[in-house]
Design a protein around this ligand. Sequence first.
Ligand code: 3SL
Length: 242
Amino acid sequence: MTDNRKRVEVCFTPALFDLYKEDFDIIVVIDVLRATSAICAAFDNGVEALIPVSSIETAKEYQANGYLVGAEREGKIVEGFDFGNSPYSYMIPEIKGKTVVLSTTNGTKSINIAKSAETVVIGALSNMDVLNEWLIKQNKNVLCLCSGWKDRFNLEDTICAGGIVETLMETGNFMSDDDSSVAAKYLYLSAKENIFGYLKASAHRRRLKKLNLNKDIKFCLTANTTAVIPLLKGDRLVNILK
Ligand code: 3SL
């Protein structure tokens, strides 16, 4: 009997992406703390489009051409830019209807390396339910690409990826082969009742806490606060639920 189920897998870090990139139709890029949560917040607040760029040099070129540009490195706003990577920077009326440019340490880099895929969408805890619903309807092979931290594994992206694996597999229409997906699913199942508490000792939560970014952490680790699905069209993300 042929198995018609689609695959859903988890790539723990961008450094492992080459091992997966050929096999998937949809890539979900995840950077819970904080890039993809900030991107979801921006679209939830009415941003028209968001251009993710990998380098500060490219971000500067856009700024010189009159764009609003956010740039973050090491968790801090890069000097000279309009804002950084806080979801709250994108909850202001001034950015409604605008095209914004963003460059971050890991998240925008992951979006750009995923570009070879047929479809790239943005995943975060904040848009998890609407995203899962959409992914189930597409019925295609899905890879969750965790942005990690400088090519290293992180817990928050893996937990979010595990939530996607768990929900898609529950439908019976998806399967997974890799232990990374099994591990992500079990991490999600043990964390889901209290993700904020579960991640207390995680490296990036500690890094952001040192920068007094607790409010951001709370927002990013709260599930289903936005109803958006940012999807990459050419060089920019747009919200397909608009
Ligand atoms: O690495 C990234 O893309 C950022 O999300 C990191 S930070 O949360 O802004 O420190």
